[in-house]
Write a protein that binds this ligand. Structure first.
Ligand SMILES: [Zn+2]
Length: 84
């Protein structure tokens, strides 16, 4: 798992964090989703954890992550996101 993957809570793109900062349960859910072999081509729009949190992957350089998740460009990527 590369450490440069970033995620943000759904609806809170400004709260982007690195994958290692995820709560432990969400990190486990994320890793499980990345390694899961579901036998389908569709990528996941978001990570949903059993704790109730949902995360968007905002950026990643990890091919396994990119293959599993749709990435949602965060404020650093788009450049047009209004400053808080
Ligand atoms: Zn969780």
């Amino acid at each position: 798992m590369r450490p440069d993957t970033t995620l943000a809570p759904v609806g809170e793109p400004e709260a982007e964090i690195y994958v290692r900062r995820l709560p432990g349960c969400c990190l486990r859910s994320f890793k499980a989703a990345v390694v899961a072999k579901l036998g389908e081509d569709r990528r996941l729009l978001e990570l949903r954890c059993s704790c109730g949190r949902a995360w968007h992957v905002t950026s990643s350089l990890d091919e396994r992550v990119l293959e599993r998740f749709v990435t949602h460009g965060g404020p650093r990527v788009g450049g047009s996101y209004p400053a808080a």
